[in-house]
Design a protein around this ligand. Structure first.
Ligand code: ATP
Ligand code: LTN
Length: 333
């Protein structure tokens, strides 16, 4: 609790321009939830997590700043929500170290994200990638978060966070709040436009596989036109038709209508027209966000102030928990 309010925390890695999947699966839900004045919200730009995969330094710096501006452009008010860079709060790395000593190799070995990422980056399977979920646990537990809104793919990391917190509390008493994951109903998992059996990901090498939040309308329309579907030729919402199902999911998440309503609307349409409708809806949703982003990009002083003030605020709460942990573990403080 902070000032009598429940706490919510989430974040994304600054590994590239975020996609429609990140937006519908996470960012859009954050914005909806941040309207609730009974919740104190923290949103991190998780740059420490980003370097588990090799990054170009200039790109990383640019992507991190872009991500912060996209959070704000999407509707997160930085005066109300604490939006901060993970690397500006040293407590994250410190608590991660401590929690590493309360986490078992066997637990980390089971993490599917590690398996996926180590297969993808076979030349750089570093220990940071392996202990990535422990750093994520530190992010969450430092702020005593009650709720953590994430896409479906992150739920396994949430479970391990709860296990680590329960283990630590079991030894030292009630130090950490046990967080609950929260997955929105729509957009929980948006799939790649080129391979609808794989999730849409900002680090996909094929640019046609994902919609970037900064793609212009022509690019969006072109990417949907090229989206992989099937050769049946009829619209239905079924796991056997992952390409069409994904297009319908995207449409529903963007417009807020149900699958049934969407199926009525698309009744008798061909795939080409369906793709056009989805493309129009997505582009329409992203235009206001892109305009706000442009304005923010021109206001360096404002963004610099947000970065500084929010880092101080985040550090204040994080250090409170870290001091408590150090005392419990037996460090001289
Ligand atoms: P990377 O490709 O760099 O691994 P990513 O695109 O998978 O990144 P993350 O930074 O890992 O994105 O995730 C940020 C947030 O977006 C998380 O809450 C995650 O669950 C959500 N998310 C990521 N991809 C999708 C998707 N395809 N559909 C729905 N939510 C998603
Ligand atoms: N692993 C998350 C990003 C992340 C995160 C967090 C999400 C890092 N720390 C803490 C929620 C809470 C991902 O989306 N890939």
């Amino acid at each position: 609790m902070i000032d009598g309010k429940k706490v919510m925390l989430s974040g994304m890695q600054s590994t590239g321009i975020i996609t429609l999947g990140n937006y519908l699966g996470a960012l859009k839900n954050w914005v909806d939830l941040s309207d609730d004045d009974s919740i104190k919200c923290f949103y991190g730009i998780m740059d420490l997590h980003s370097i588990t995969v090799r990054q170009d330094p200039a790109e990383l710096r640019k992507n991190a700043r872009t991500l912060l501006m996209l959070y704000i452009a999407a509707g997160l008010d930085p005066e109300k929500n604490c939006i901060f860079f993970q690397s500006h709060v040293p407590a994250h790395a410190e608590l991660a170290w401590i929690l590493n000593c309360y986490t078992y190799m066997g637990e980390m070995n089971r993490m599917t994200q590690f398996k996926d990422k180590s297969a993808k980056h076979a030349d750089n399977i570093n220990t940071g990638l392996f202990t990535y979920p422990v750093l994520m646990a530190a992010d969450i537990l430092l702020y005593q978060a009650d709720y953590v809104p994430v896409g479906k793919d992150q739920m396994q990391h949430l479970e391990i966070t709860r296990d680590i917190a329960n283990r630590f509390n079991g030894i030292y008493g009630d130090v950490f709040t046990i967080p609950e994951g929260y997955v929105g109903q729509t957009g929980a998992k948006i799939m790649s436009l080129q391979d609808p059996t794989k999730k849409m990901s900002k680090s996909d090498e094929n640019p046609n596989a994902s919609i970037s939040l900064l793609d212009d309308k022509d690019t969006i329309m072109r990417k949907f036109k090229k989206a992989v579907t099937d050769s049946d030729g009829f619209i239905a919402y079924s796991d056997d038709k992952p390409g069409i199902k994904n297009l319908i999911d995207i449409y529903c998440a963007v417009t807020g209508i149900t699958v049934e309503e969407a199926l009525n609307e698309f009744d008798g349409m061909g795939y080409g027209v369906l793709k056009e409708h989805v493309g129009e809806a997505v582009a329409g949703k992203l235009v206001p966000l892109q305009e706000r982003f442009k304005e923010l990009s021109q206001d360096k002083a404002y963004i610099d102030r947000i970065i500084k003030e929010n880092a101080e605020q985040a550090a204040y709460y994080a250090n409170k928990t870290l001091r408590k942990v150090k005392k419990k573990v037996g460090f001289i403080i």
